[in-house]
Unconditional design. Structure first.
Length: 434
């Protein structure tokens, strides 16, 4: 099966798309058409030219001073304001000469035209005041990079002039041009968003299968070209690309579903009954119903499709990991993530004991834990841990009340379940060894 790729605009956030492309390459996803707007037209041309290494290297090294020939202040690491404004006024926008040089290194027009993969881009003509959608057969010879720069002329960039006509970023017309492919009869579309501002047109009804890959945690502004941010975005895109094709599950984590861990499995009927009895400790039936409904709703929101015993387990694991502040931009097996959760849990228990031992200096302790010594700001993770210390009291005595949020309650139950499973496994192993 061949797929068609739609790459949205988003300026410097376009590094995310390189990560998705890396995943598609690993999965041997065959592409026969690419259309892009703005930075998507740049990345799309690289895809057609099969220039992955060059594109990856570009994103890993490109920064603001290099791209726009602007110096940075040593004191605060910010661009030299006067130099920055002078460049914009002098060139009627940021000069794209260096960007053109980089594009000429990555995009070979002869290779692009000879490729079996078709290509199109979206820009907007200020002269004619209308959108311009060009397939590679329609782009005049020798003008490929010119029209890519026209498609990528984001606000702040110098407007692109081609044969007397002025062009600006195609994102003001359609930042993710899925409809263009639908209109041309394509059926298997992968659309990669950068979670950036722009005009997103409502997708037309059709029988096309559309996979949308995006992530709200994509970092940076549209002009924030920074190699470190780009690397993080590429990693995020890579993981999202693999997840889109079933290699990982999870809403905000990347969890493989192929581990054979004895305490990372679907909930059994016995366990469901056990957890239900813990929830039912409150004698108020109405409150019990509210709590149960809230738990199920929260678990369903963290699952894909219908909620079942297995999905409920994985959803609870994700929610618990999120509350403990466990890193998201990496892949885990269920066992690895559970181990991280238990380490964090033991840290909370240790802090709780320290709190109890320091009753005389309680205010000094809380101050030390919540406030950063170097900067006057709240340490959110420390606050979470302090709160969790009150919620996750011990495995035999759950602290459940009407004021406990659904996420914290689910985390409490999940910790209880994992500790119960581990204890049960130890007992079983002891019996087997006798």
């Amino acid at each position: 099966m061949k797929y068609q790729l739609v790459l949205a605009g988003g300026g410097a956030r376009g590094s995310y798309q390189i990560g998705v492309w890396k995943a598609l390459r690993e999965l041997n996803i065959e592409i026969d058409m690419v259309i892009g707007t703005s930075v998507g037209s740049i990345n799309g041309a690289a895809v057609v030219c099969d220039a992955f290494d060059q594109a990856e290297q570009l994103w890993q090294t490109l920064d603001m001073p290099t791209l726009f020939n602007i110096t940075y202040n040593k004191e605060d690491g910010e661009p030299n304001t006067s130099e920055y404004l002078e460049s914009i006024l002098k060139n009627k926008g940021l000069d794209t000469t260096t960007l053109r040089e980089y594009l000429n290194k990555v995009i070979d027009e002869d290779v692009l035209r000879a490729s079996e993969i078709d290509y199109a881009l979206v820009t907007f003509s200020l002269t004619q005041m209308k959108p311009v959608i060009l397939f590679k057969k329609d782009i005049p010879k020798g003008k490929v990079v010119d029209f890519i720069l026209a498609s990528s002329a984001v606000p702040g960039f110098k407007k692109q002039e081609i044969d007397g006509d002025l062009y600006i970023d195609g994102g003001i017309y359609d930042n993710m041009p899925i409809n263009v492919l639908i209109d041309h009869g394509y059926k298997n579309i992968i659309a990669v968003s950068n979670s950036a501002i722009g005009m997103y047109r409502k997708v037309k009804e059709s029988d096309a299968k559309i996979i949308i890959i995006e992530n709200e945690r994509t970092e940076g502004g549209i002009l924030e070209f920074d190699p470190e941010i780009a690397k993080r975005n590429m990693q995020l895109g890579y993981l999202d690309g693999l997840k889109a094709f079933g290699k990982y599950i999870g809403k905000c984590y990347y969890i493989s579903d192929n581990a054979k861990n004895k305490y990372a499995m679907a909930l059994t009927e016995r366990e469901i009954e056990m957890l239900y009895l813990n929830i039912k400790k409150n004698k108020n039936n109405i409150m019990n119903n509210v709590v149960q409904f809230s738990i199920l709703k929260t678990l369903r929101n963290h699952s894909c499709g219908t909620l079942d015993a297995k999905k409920a387990f994985f959803a609870a694991m994700e929610i618990t990991a999120d509350i403990f502040g466990i890193e998201k931009t990496r892949a885990y097996t269920p066992e690895q993530l559970i181990t991280k959760i238990l380490i964090a849990y033991r840290s909370v228990q240790s802090e709780k004991k320290e709190l109890e031992k320091s009753k005389k200096n309680i205010f000094k302790f809380i101050w030390r834990k919540i406030w950063d010594k170097n900067k006057v700001r709240i340490n959110k993770k420390a606050i979470q841990k302090l709160f969790l210390g009150q919620v996750l009291i011990d495995r035999d005595k759950l602290s459940i009340n009407s004021n406990t949020t659904a996420e914290y309650l689910i985390s409490n139950l999940f910790i209880y379940l994992i500790l119960w499973r581990r204890k049960r496994l130890k007992i079983q192993r002891g019996v087997e060894n006798e």
